[in-house]
Design a binder for this molecule. Structure first.
Ligand code: SF4
Length: 212
């Protein structure tokens, strides 16, 4: 049985992190330190919110319209076994669900030297993997990836005919506000991030955003 996941944040229902209507898990903890990382609060492997795969799966499917999950962070491969179980349980409840996952690792490295034992199980559940570290100087403002060095791998055919242009789509993001916290969901154009940072400096606190 997998240990509880260490969850930085979740969101139920967005069109900004992959095709369709998706729920998102951002995990806490990342072994990389990409300059310009847009979620630095989620790099330390500090205790955040513990949640079992069954709890997370149920939470992410709370909206009956959700037809996909997106795993981000932080580094999903650090908690691969738990996320694989989340995907498995969610698919059992909602067949046809798609899974998109971001990682700072390269796919070849994940296959040759998995950083955690659950990596093969997670890769077996993922339909689209966006891989590689974020490189600030190669952020071209396009696509569902933070920088042009990152690659989009269709590990299954589930989303390859979706018409969703992972590499070149116009970026979109949404800002959710609750109390004095603002939450940025998506891979935003660089100028939007500057506006967001300025706004939260004035009026509140940014708690999260999605991994590029
Ligand atoms: S950009 Fe992603 S891979 Fe790089 S440090 Fe930030 S969370 Fe980790």
């Amino acid at each position: 049985m997998d240990a509880p996941l260490n969850v930085a944040a979740t969101w139920v229902g967005t069109a900004d992190l992959g095709p369709g209507w998706r729920s998102v898990v951002w995990v806490q903890g990342c072994p990389f330190s990409c300059p310009g990382c847009m979620s630095p609060d989620w790099i330390p492997p500090a205790p955040a919110r513990p949640a079992t795969p069954a709890e997370l799966s149920a939470e992410l499917l709370a909206d009956p319209a959700v037809d996909g999950l997106t795993f981000s962070g932080g580094e999903p491969m650090q908690q691969a076994g738990g996320l694989a179980e989340v995907a498995r349980l969610a698919r059992r409840a909602r067949p046809g669900l798609s899974v998109v996952c971001f990682t700072g690792h390269r796919l070849e490295r994940l296959r040759a030297h998995p950083p955690t034992p659950g990596v093969p199980r997670l890769l077996a559940e993922v339909d689209v993997l966006v891989d590689g570290p974020y490189v600030q100087g190669r952020d071209d403002g396009r696509g569902l990836r933070g920088s042009a060095n990152q690659r989009v791998h269709h590990l299954t055919g589930r989303l390859s005919g979706s018409g969703y242009d992972f590499e070149n789509r116009h970026r979109t993001a949404e800002i959710a506000v609750g109390g004095r916290e603002a939450f940025l969901i998506g891979v935003p154009p660089p100028d939007l991030l500057t506006v967001f940072d300025t706004a939260v400096d004035r009026s509140g606190r940014a708690t999260a955003w999605s991994t590029p």
